[in-house]
Write a protein that binds this ligand. Structure first.
Ligand code: F0G
Length: 458
């Protein structure tokens, strides 16, 4: 008999979590104005709000924390991080930032001007936010297959080269500052980009003399999918694949809270010294001096160690197999989800789950609330609330897909927890016909409204 699959770690420290009653949850969610971000974490039994900064560090990372050098300038921790970035990703220059959106803020302060168009694959909301904040436009060039949740396309994060070329060809050169590729593509379901697509996007961008920037938050998960799914890569190590991936990008922004498995941190990396120098000015202004930029020495140490562990096959296999485990339980119940299973999360297709709910009632948010009431499991809406309003017309931008995202923190929950999530969602599925009304907005902020929105039951 083949031995079954098991996690590539054992557990040294545990953190208690508490179950609650339906009555308590009904009261808590009402008090939270039906916004799951407003819940206290102790009111949540299993927290799948995000995989960002919620992972469990290894004992190697915790030891590195003790070795952190907190010098303002020239800390050894800075050089540890610099070496890890050079060795694993291949970039000569880097700037630490406190998280991914800060990296976007600094880099876009140099690269994005009013009236610009930034083509890419379903830009993440903070990326889009930082582009639109500068009165520029984020243009989605993802392949059409990404918008059909039942399609099993292995690389739904891919950029449609024809769509991209149309943007590059039909706009004056100075209007398109760069092409951005998000690996994996969070907004389309944690879906990977193939190395072939990365190579082709790079070639196309070079033809038009444009730099390519990666939003690399989940680059290691992307590399894992390349190894598993792309012809010719089975025998390459994750680290070899990662090197090739970044060979096709001139610069990158990183939220280290994902694939570098730290609770806080980010960076920008690039090969162009002139760009580094320009970005340095903004980094010092917004984040901190060059050699710490928003991070403490201990955090830079843990990040350097996390980049190494996060690009080990066994780490990624454990993680992605767990996501697939939850995905399989849900598909076995007949619950519609984005296929194939993503790298960091399962994305439930809320429109197919609740077909009788009008889009004006915030379909994915309604499903997220129902799941919380059912079980104390917290997911997150990736739908109309997140898509925000059109900056010009101020009308709701109803996205093609409405998702309830169940993002799984790294090395935190067991598959027993995944079973609870699956059965809870199945219970909601069984009573889906009875869910015929959703929510309306009482208050919303002018940008990135989903974090603070207040809702009322219709
Ligand atoms: N890019 C991607 C693809 C992301 O998923 C995120 C964050 C960011 C950039 C911004 O990084 O949070 O460190 O500032 N995603 C989190 C999530 C919040 O839940 O998916 P950050």
């Amino acid at each position: 008999m083949n031995l079954p699959f098991a996690e590539s770690f054992k557990i040294k420290v545990v953190e208690p979590i508490k179950r609650s009653s339906r009555t308590e949850r009904l009261e808590w969610i009402k008090k939270a104005n039906y916004n799951l971000f407003n819940l206290k974490s102790e009111q949540v039994f299993i927290d799948l709000l995000t995989d960002s900064g919620t992972g469990a560090m290894s004992h190697f990372q915790w030891s590195e924390m003790m070795l952190g050098d907190e010098s303002y300038a020239g800390a050894t921790s800075y050089y540890k991080m610099k070496n890890a970035i050079k060795n694993i990703l291949g970039y000569d220059y880097f700037l630490p930032t406190h998280q991914g959106r800060a990296a976007e803020n600094v880099l876009f302060s140099v690269m994005v001007k009013e009236g610009n168009i930034v083509p890419g694959n379903s830009h993440f909301d903070t990326t889009k936010g930082h582009i639109e904040f500068r009165k520029a436009k984020a243009l989605d060039c993802t392949i059409d297959e990404a918008f059909d949740t039942s399609s099993e396309h292995p690389f739904k994060g891919n950029i449609d080269l024809a769509k991209l070329e149309a943007v590059l060809k039909n706009n004056p050169h100075e209007k398109v500052p760069f092409v951005i590729v998000t690996v994996t593509c969070n907004s389309s379901g944690g879906q990977p980009v193939s190395i072939k697509n990365m190579r082709e996007v790079n070639a196309l961008a070079k033809k038009y003399n444009k730099p390519v920037v990666y939003d690399a938050a989940r680059f290691a998960e992307n590399a894992y999918f390349i190894k598993i799914r792309e012809k010719g890569y089975q025998d390459k190590s994750i680290k070899e694949i990662v090197k090739e991936m970044f060979h096709y990008a001139d610069a990158m922004t990183m939220s280290s809270k994902k694939d570098a498995i730290v609770n806080m941190g980010g960076f920008i990396a690039m090969n162009d010294e002139a760009l580094f120098k320009q970005a340095t000015v903004f980094n010092i202004m917004f984040e901190g001096y060059i050699t710490y930029g928003g991070m403490s020495g201990r955090d830079m140490n843990a990040l350097a160690q996390g980049l190494d562990e996060g690009t080990e096959f066994s780490t990624l296999e454990t993680r992605i197999e767990q996501v697939a485990y939850l995905g399989k339980r849900l598909t076995d119940f007949g619950i519609p989800i984005q296929m194939p299973y993503g790298g960091h999360a399962i994305f439930v297709d809320a429109k197919r789950f609740l077909p009788n709910l009008p889009k004006e009632h915030y379909v994915a948010q309604t499903l997220a609330i129902e799941l919380f009431i059912e079980s104390g499991v917290r997911g997150v809406e990736i739908g109309t609330l997140l898509a925000d309003r059109d900056p010009d017309t101020r009308e709701n931008r109803y996205p093609e897909l409405e998702f309830l995202r169940l993002a799984i923190p790294r090395r935190v929950y067991t598959n027993n927890h995944m079973d609870v999530v699956a059965v809870a969602l199945k219970n909601v599925w069984d009573r889906r016909e009875k869910i015929t009304s959703g929510y309306k907005i009482l208050y919303e902020a002018s940008i990135m409204r989903h974090f603070t929105v207040e809702l009322e039951k219709i």
